[in-house]
Design a protein around this ligand. Sequence first.
Ligand code: IPD
Ligand code: CA
Ligand code: CA
Length: 271
Amino acid sequence: MTAQASGIDTRLLRAQAVLYEAGKLALSHFGALASLPVEIKQNGQDIVSAADREVEMLVRDRIAETFPDDGFLGEEYGLSARSSGYTWVLDPIDGTSCFVHGSRSWCISIALLKGGETVAGLILDPSADELFTAVSGGGAFLNGRPIAVDSRTDMQHGLIGVGASFRVPPRAVSGFIERLLDRGGMFVRSGSGALSLAHVACGRLAGYYEPHIHAWDCLAGLCLIREAGGWTADFAADGDLMRGGPVLGCPPQLSEDLLDLIAATSAERAA
Ligand code: IPD
Ligand code: CA
Ligand code: CA
């Protein structure tokens, strides 16, 4: 085992334990939603709760205790740069709107970057007791069992996850959905981009597309998809972790079809 591999493996083990602890904390709030403080960030669909903040602080503290020189980027408290070359990227609760409304479509997502490359991804769905893990070059797993994207599905049979936010014009989403339906495909929007990507990795969804998403929403899920044999479009290819961009991941046989739909949607918007 190389020094780098062992550094990643040690971090993966620690991250799993921290995620389970964070999952218990999140579930304790999920069981007492009537008393959960919630604030609006940009609009009524973009919110933050005390659960998001507490989960992020817990994960930050635990990672800093064990790996004080690792950088950390979390959705709620931003970037703390450090010197080890490793950076953790956390969404403490992805699917906050679902969470505060009592819907179980939420998760905790954490990616590990080494020199800017994603080398591991972990997504915990506490409600389903499902932990998705992947290390670059080591495969993808659900609760320790290997998973794979659906290598036989096609546009007319599979379900495509589609994400939406007010960071892009509504037509960027509805134009894609219209074209997908025109081709005999079908969409679902779960409310958690990260969990949707994990579901692509294990074959429940045939792909996930969202015109704009952030690094904390998707880096772990994209790593899972690649390690499960899937294809992912480059995300934030310029290494800008803060700006975000479009996200697309699917089994390899669907990439061309989905890219066509996205290109046609973009062309319509540019015209
Ligand atoms: C959001 C969810 C949603 C996606 C949005 C994200 P949040 O994250 O992943 O599914 O469509 O783009 O912002 O706010 O629940 O952490
Ligand atoms: Ca998110
Ligand atoms: Ca979040």
